[in-house]
Design a binder for this molecule. Sequence first.
Ligand code: GDP
Ligand code: MG
Length: 175
Amino acid sequence: MADEECDYLFKTVLIGDSAVGKSNLLSRFAKDEFYLDTKPTIGVEFAYRNTKLGDKIIKAQIWDTAGQERFRAITNSYYRGALGAMLVYDITRNETFEHVRKWLQELREFGDPDMVVVLVGNKSDLVDLREVEVEDGQKLAEVEKLCFLETSAKENVNVEDAFLQMITKIYKIAS
Ligand code: GDP
Ligand code: MG
């Protein structure tokens, strides 16, 4: 797929429980902004960012769930055509980590089997509130064959890396 300003256009999606920081990861990556309070948005939103890989310009279109994750209402149209997914949990809330398997199931049900999935443990800045150990994330990622990183959207740690890993991996498959 090509348009005027880019060589490739990749659709990717953000998934994971409510309030794990999906929208802030996206605003950090797309606009370098962080919000202490995020208003739940209505309907699906997405943002774009261009990245240069070698001599190619990749445009990533990143979809954000806008709060329907609570109702398990994300379905076909959200996943349709997505080449990558960033599956986010909150390291300070164990239940969001336990739900990762549920999200993987949903990906298998609705997503493309070749989708690149990056597992992200967000809010790594909240060290005193940590409930999920780094090793737990690593182990799960190994078993499920996913890339894995811990991030902080707040302090801008590894956010760029997480998106770039996803985009680079998609590029390797697509090119
Ligand atoms: P979403 O529901 O998954 O989109 O989560 P939001 O992006 O709306 O974030 C939920 C709450 O967590 C907001 O109050 C954010 O300010 C906060 N938050 C998001 N990312 C981080 C982070 O990396 N560190 C900390 N300390 N708070 C974060
Ligand atoms: Mg959100």
